[in-house]
Design a protein around this ligand. Structure first.
Ligand SMILES: Nc1ncnc2c1ncn2[C@@H]1O[C@H](COP(=O)(O)OP(=O)(O)OP(=O)(O)O)[C@@H](O)[C@H]1O
Ligand SMILES: [Mg+2]
Length: 452
């Protein structure tokens, strides 16, 4: 069995999980990064404060500078100062640009802030790198990292995975529920008598366990609808066929009631004949219905085909003494795992048909040839044959070609239908072909084990 569904589910879950993990790590890094810097506007604001302080400092306006610093401290509710640092290396290397870029009294306004810093000290250097504007970061300028870090962690760890998993689950659900719904609808429609309903074509290009199930459903639907149609037809045909013998039975009984002595014996004989016919009709139809319904495998006993054909031919010779039967049979033809009764009846029906259509004095030929893996029985008569367009149909129940036979001799059209299903039940095949110049040849092929 293909494992299409397994791979599809694996693809959805696998790709979904990888995307989830990637998104999680990307988003958490990204948001943390975004939340760790002062916003552009706040950077400009702090820079503007520093510029103003520098202007006052360069103008030597220490009162103005002090006032202005007090003003900022009040408005921003923080601490601010201009400090001088005299950083001279006493020994070792000079303090170079690298030092001034990465180290300072406070943090540069473009530097990254960390959640463990409570109120970071921000530093903006004046033109003279030893003079610095320092300001404790005003509360209103704190970046998101201080307030939202916790919340983002929860969002990343719980909400985002839940949302993504929901998306994966929905995808899986859609993938599985769509064919299930189609199957469910079809089963319901079928159970309401819409036997023409099929599912496979509704599933389009899909190919997995569900399409296999759909094909099995379609096969089942096909078989059951065929069965129901044929059974309905069989019942309709049977009741139709029963009418004639029942009508004749009624007439005979009527005659018996009236009690006309002359007709008495005739009427009794008629009643007997009709009851035999009705029984045969009912039994044949039931056997046919059984063979169609159950499609039994009747391969249960070993037999010798030559013996079986001999018995059938003996009976036929007795029944039709004015026709000749010519045979071409080997000494023996062992046939394992077959069915005496089914094959016997099928042969009997075919030989009897042949004898009926063969004119008096003419010959019916029966031959059995042994092939490497099959037996072939040919029954050739000298009757009128069957028009090509009827050759297939004569195997349908109650199908009769309108020809020579008439009156009491006309059968019900069940013989070949039964024969075909009986031969099928033992694994064989049956075919009808016309002969030249005239006559019909029935061919039965039966599988034969190579070593027999
Ligand atoms: N050997 C044959 N030659 C010509 N027509 C045949 C021959 N065998 C069968 N048929 C045609 O096929 C029809 C079906 O045959 P089938 O044996 O099923 O029914 P039947 O012989 O009419 O009735 P039943 O067998 O039920 O008594 C026959 O009615 C007949 O028209
Ligand atoms: Mg017949």
């Amino acid at each position: 069995m293909k494992r299409g569904l397994l791979w599809k589910l694996y693809a959805i879950v696998g790709v979904g999980t990888v995307v989830l993990l990637y998104l999680l790590s990307f988003l958490s890094a990204y948001t943390q990064e975004r939340m760790s810097y002062l916003s552009e506007a706040h950077q400009q604001q702090l820079d503007a404060y520093a510029q103003q302080a520098q202007r006052l400092y360069l103008a030597d306006d220490s009162d103005g500078l002090a006032q202005w610093l007090t003003h900022i401290q009040q408005t921003e509710n923080t601490w601010a100062a201009v400090v001088k640092s005299d950083l001279d290396a006493l020994a070792g290397g000079e303090l170079n640009d690298y030092f001034y870029q990465y180290y300072g009294i406070g943090r540069g306004i473009q530097w990254k802030l960390h959640p463990w810093m409570d109120q970071p000290m921000m530093e903006i250097d004046f033109i003279d790198p030893n003079v610095h504007f320092l300001i404790a970061l005003p509360e209103r300028m704190r970046p998101g990292i201080f307030e939202y870090l916790e919340l983002t962690h929860w969002a990343m760890k719980i909400i985002l995975p839940l949302v993504l998993l929901l998306a994966i689950a929905l995808l899986l659900y859609r993938h599985i529920s769509a064919p299930l719904r189609q199957l469910n609808d079809a089963t319901r429609a079928f159970s309401h008598g819409r036997f023409e309903v099929r599912v496979r074509k509704l599933m389009g290009n899909r190919s997995d366990e569900f399409t296999e199930l759909a094909m099995t459903f379609d096969k089942m639907a096909e078989r059951i609808s065929e069965l129901i149609t044929s059974q309905r037809q069989l019942i309709a045909d049977l009741s139709h066929e029963l009418r004639t013998p029942l009508a004749r039975l009624d007439i005979a009984l009527e005659k018996l009631k009236i009690g006309e002595a002359v007709d008495h014996d005739n009427a009794v004989a008629r009643v007997e004949r009709e009851s035999v016919e009705i029984r045969k009709l009912v039994e044949d139809t039931l056997t046919l219905a059984w063979l169609e319904n159950e499609r039994p495998a009747l391969q249960e006993e070993d037999l010798d085909l030559v013996d079986l054909i001999d018995v059938v031919i003996d009976d036929a010779r007795f029944e039709f003494p004015d026709r000749t039967i010519e045979t071409q049979l080997p000494d023996r033809a062992p046939l394992p795992k077959s069915n005496h009764r089914a094959l016997g009846q099928a042969l009997e029906n075919i030989v009897r048909n042949g004898m009926r259509y063969t004119p008096a004095g003419a010959t019916l030929e029966v031959s059995l040839s042994v092939n490497s893996n099959s037996y072939q029985i040919d029954i050739k008569d000298q009757g009128p044959g069957v028009l090509e367009e009827h050759l297939e149909k004569i195997f349908q129940p109650f199908y009769r070609v309108d020809n020579a036979r008439s009156g009491d001799d006309s059968g019900f059209g069940l013989g070949l239908a039964l024969a075909k299903r009986q031969v099928l039940a033992i694994g064989g095949e049956i075919q009808a072909n016309n002969r030249l110049p005239k006559g019909l040849m029935m061919t039965i092929s039966l599988p034969r084990p190579a070593n027999q």
